[in-house]
Design a protein around this ligand. Structure first.
Ligand code: HEM
Length: 409
């Protein structure tokens, strides 16, 4: 008998208003999301998702499950964008590993993200945001995703990694091409990034500086078996891609959320002390812009809260769904800049557990600075189109993203 599952469009995955009926179908919903073409268990409840992210019976590396049926979800998406096989190795190094292997890689990445290094970026990012505001307001109009989110996020991660200013516009263009998921653009961009990092690694090997790539290539700088060029390229691709695209789109979403809630924006302007501790976390919850977390795989057959999960089954957390779960948040579809999300981080926009986003502190800092510069210190910016004219594009198998945010001053 063929398996029964529902189909979800990427637009549904990203739309909190459509989750009511999905929540009624149990803790795990068997579904296929457009663009991935593999049945997955979709998790929409906050508690269920948190439990799964901390349960060692769900793992990231499907290749550790010999005999488990079906291709991996990541490979499936790479195939859809026409990625040649020889490039698959550059994807998922950290995100698709578990246990000790994951911890060793994560410790390497964590070197770039200490609170001290992130906080040291504040003054520079404030200047960058101010300069971008001055340029956009002088022009009178612009797109806040390509002309604010992308350059600000690029400046942040490149500063942390030590990538020279002259190389940043090209790197930013490649990352923008990746976000299109269009095979004609995705594959050349990956080739460009890989060749760029091969060249940078060679340069840093012969003339080290104090940047992250130099630390990565330095003999004795980390475990010898991690010194392989492919590993350093994968880490660099991961950091530039995750460091640029998610904040670029989120910053647009966050500004849009406040512009579409003038009462909440007015409240924040009169009480700017709410910004860092309340409004920023609430914006991450409300405007969840990474709609789904990385896929996990059941390592054995078992029942999860009454659902029969089979070894090898992929499980996909809906971060939009969990961040709008009425059992966890009162009136979840309301933006409330004074909301108290409770102890800890309070939302799951950055995931939870061992794969929790390493760039969360940086993303929060960028958001605080952008809201402060563009909506509190300077006022008068407004949407240049009606909200229903805004365009969104599909992230195959993962949801949708806002394409651009046209504003005028
Ligand atoms: C709006 C901003 C951001 C959002 C919403 C976001 C969200 C996420 C989410 C949901 C995950 C996956 C968690 C999982 O699979 O369980 C993740 C992982 C990750 N993020 Fe972010 N992220 C953001 C910004 C950043 C930035 C600025 C960086 C900096 C490089 C970054 C680096 C990473 C890395 C390296 C991982 C993989 C961690 C691991 O697998 O151990 N992210 N992020």
């Amino acid at each position: 008998m063929s398996e029964q599952f529902s189909r979800l469009t990427n637009a549904t995955v990203s739309n909190p208003a459509e989750y009511g009926p999905l929540r009624e179908q149990g803790p795990l919903l068997r579904t296929v999301i457009d663009g991935a073409e593999l049945p997955v268990w979709f998790v929409v409840g906050f508690d269920d998702c948190k439990e799964i992210l901390h349960d060692s019976r769900f793992i990231r590396d499907q290749s550790k499950l010999p005999g488990a049926e079906g291709p991996s979800l990541t490979d499936e998406i790479l195939k859809q964008v026409g990625m040649p096989r020889e490039y698959f190795k550059y994807f998922g190094l950290l995100t698709l590993s578990d246990g000790e292997e994951h911890t060793r890689l994560r410790n390497v990445v964590a070197r770039a993200f200490t609170a001290r290094r992130v906080n040291a970026l504040r003054a520079g990012l404030e200047r960058t945001a101010s300069d971008l505001h001055a340029a956009l307001s002088a022009k009178g109009e612009g797109d806040l995703i390509s002309e604010l989110g992308y350059p600000l996020a690029t400046a942040s991660i490149c500063e942390l990694m030590g990538i020279e200013e002259a190389d940043r516009p090209q790197l930013q263009d490649w990352i923008m091409e990746l976000a299109t998921y269009d095979p004609e653009r995705f594959v050349p961009a990956v080739r460009g990034i890989v060749e760029y990092f091969k060249d940078l690694i060679a340069r840093r090997r012969s003339e080290p500086t104090d940047d992250l790539v130099s630390v990565l290539v330095k003999p004795g700088g980390m475990d010898q078996d991690l010194l392989v060029e492919d590993v350093i390229i994968s880490i660099s691709l991961l950091l530039t891609n995750t460091g640029i695209a998610p904040p670029a789109y989120f910053l647009g979403q966050a500004v849009l959320s406040l512009l579409s809630h003038p009462d909440e924006l007015a409240r924040l302007r009169t009480r700017p002390e709410l910004l860092a501790k309340h409004a920023v976390p609430e914006l991450f919850r409300y405007a969840t812009s990474v709609p789904t977390g990385g896929p996990l795989y059941a390592a054995e057959d078992f029942e999860f809260r009454g659902c029969p999960v089979k070894r090898g089954d992929p499980v996909v957390p809906s971060l939009v769904g969990v961040n709008h779960d009425p059992k966890q948040f009162s009136d979840p579809q309301r933006l409330d800049v004074a909301r108290d999300l409770g102890p800890g981080i309070g939302h799951l926009a950055f995931g939870s557990g061992s794969h929790y986003c390493t760039g969360a502190g940086l993303a929060e800092l960028e958001t605080e600075i952008v809201i402060d510069t563009f909506l509190i210190q300077n006022q008068g910016m407004e949407l240049a189109v009606e909200p229903d004219q805004l365009q969104y594009f599909d992230l195959p198998g993962k949801g949708t993203l806002l394409s651009s945010l046209p504003v005028r001053f």
